[in-house]
Design a protein. Structure first.
Lengths: 328, 328
DNA sequence: CATTAGTCCATCTAGATTTCACGAACGAAA
DNA sequence: TTTCGTTCGTGAAATCTAGATGGACTAATG
């Protein structure tokens, strides 16, 4: 950033006052100093720079060409410092700043992306950087300061709402649907219209995420709530891979509605009735003194955008529709 | 320029080193300081600014969002200071700088203008400001620092070449021609071809400048060298006005060749033979420690351009020409 | 008209004050 | 226990003030 030979701004300020008032004495009075101090400051600056700054002009002094050149640059520097102060205030107001978001992939597609489009209008000064990151890693990145905001799914090891280190806001409840291959015996007309009880799939082979992945914990928890432990035959990292396995008849799976754009053809989607099959998506920022105003602004926008997406939450996707209401 | 609450660059430098090294101790080692000093500098900066800059992160520290924002501005400020240092060196080399020129009007037209066109190519960093200014005032403006370079005519009170306060360089000897109204008895074919002796005009009414003007002193000096004192009936400030009076038959005059574009029709121009009728145009810059390198560069260019204008110096304007050689 | 005393200005020196860095001790975290 | 950051007291360095010095302009005087 800066090397050793310092260009002291305080001294530059003194030089500017001499330039503006015309004499050392007047500058000293304006700076609440003695003429001696002003003289010493400027001669010190001239010594450091190795160039003469003042030259005698009759009774008073005159600035050399170097000094005037120096002051031009000083004015630019001064403006930049003013801008720094102003930006510091704007940061506190949440109007500018850099927000690094870590989010799961479906969260990026469904909430973070639309939020960025909106923020570009309402808060053009906020610079958003998105990084797709898996759930357990996201929290440590938030702790180490490499991320400012995390969008994740709730699961066993996720931070609690009461955790004082964070501000946690739930964004959306993402219903999970059962997906079966076309032609599967359970893919009946009645199930398609009214939903299916999860218990019926207790003896099916299952496709899930890797056991270390929070998504697999959700599947396990949902099935446990339905009274069985799924027979997981295949483990995938991404939803589209799992959907492809199901389409190939390798098993059944629970896939969240926000991942709907990723499902290939050859699948039957059945809403779950009875036990609540869903995953909770929430956002997390640091709280207390470590809170970042622009991150909080982004958080609020995420909440707004999520609230305008009812498609994932309540409606049964296969119920007769009276009209197309939502965009995606 | 700058107000009281100073944003100390030295402290910003310390903060930057903490950001780059990651810990206070490492930054202290890099800066050849103790961790204690680094800690105090940063907490002092944070206190002045009223914003937290560091927050605890496990055993070490982490920069707050404000601090990172501050460092972004600090980098810009640092670049600007580097540029200031570089510009200071460039000024010493004469590559950049502001040069305020004071010149007489014919000097502007014949030498300063063409020099500016050339300097725009060879030294685009030099910012030239021209001001037309009369001779006696020009020297005081040079002394008070309001001008950096003066182009003037030599006369009685002009600074000598030996004056240690200045560097004086003669640019061009501007021959002065006798101008008579068309039909004047002395405007003979022989005079037109071979020149006229000034003594023949001793009894004519004269048109000259104001007596306070150095140009009138030149006319007086030239006539005195020819052995007479001219009977000055009319006084003008500009050459074109004098030429108009001559054309109207109000008298005769000596008009320099560099003012040729200003002469109206209805005049006969006769070269002077015998006594040397000319005025010396020279350039002046401050010398010694007050010398301005860019002004010196401009001075050299003036000399070059003047040397390429032989039209004013030697040739008889009315002698049979073998070919057109010069531009204007 | 030249001279000289008076005034204003910047700078130098010496002494006082503030700022700054160091070292040791303490609390926190791994 | 070790590493790290901060706090407190001490010493050094930078900076300011006050008074003295010399140069330069002004005006009054011989």
């Amino acid at each position: 950033m800066l090397d050793e030979p310092f260009l002291d701004l305080k001294r530059l300020r003194v030089l500017d006052e001499v330039h503006r008032r015309g004499t050392v004495s007047a500058a000293a009075a304006a700076l609440h100093l003695t003429p001696s101090a002003v003289s010493q400051q400027i001669s010190g600056l001239a010594r450091d720079l190795g160039v003469p700054l003042l030259e005698k002009q009759g009774r008073g002094v005159r600035l050399t060409g170097q000094a005037q050149l120096l002051l031009e640059h000083g004015a630019i520097v001064s403006e930049q410092l003013d801008r720094a102060r102003a930006d510091l205030a704007a940061w506190t107001d949440g109007d500018i700043g850099k927000v690094r978001i870590g989010a799961l992939s479906t969260g990026i597609a469904s909430i973070v992306g639309p939020s960025m489009a909106r923020l570009r209008e309402t808060h053009p000064g906020i610079d958003i950087r998105v990084r797709e990151v898996e759930a357990p890693e996201a929290f440590t990145l938030l702790d180490t300061g490499e991320l400012d905001l995390v969008v994740s799914v709730d699961y066993r090891d996720a931070p609690l709402r009461s955790d004082p280190r964070y501000t946690r806001v739930d964004l959306i409840t993402d219903r999970m649907d059962v997906v079966l291959p076309v032609g599967h015996p359970l893919a009946t007309e009645a199930a398609w219209r009214d939903g299916i009880k999860l218990e019926l799939l207790a003896d099916e082979p299952w496709v899930s995420s890797a056991v270390t992945d929070p998504c697999s914990m959700i599947t396990a928890a949902v099935c446990a709530a339905a009274g069985f432990s799924p027979d997981i035959r295949h483990e995938c990292l991404e939803w589209d891979a799992a959907a492809a396995l199901v389409a190939a008849g390798a098993g059944v799976a629970l896939i969240p509605r926000l991942a709907r754009p990723l499902r290939p053809s050859g699948l039957v989607t059945l809403p779950v009735v009875g036990s609540p099959a869903s995953r909770l998506i929430f956002a997390l920022v640091r709280a207390g003194a470590h809170a970042s105003p622009p991150a909080t602004v982004v958080l609020h926008t995420l909440v707004q955008v999520a609230a305008e997406r009812p498609d994932a939450a309540d409606r049964y996707p296969n119920a007769p529709r009276t009209g197309e209401r939502q965009t995606a």
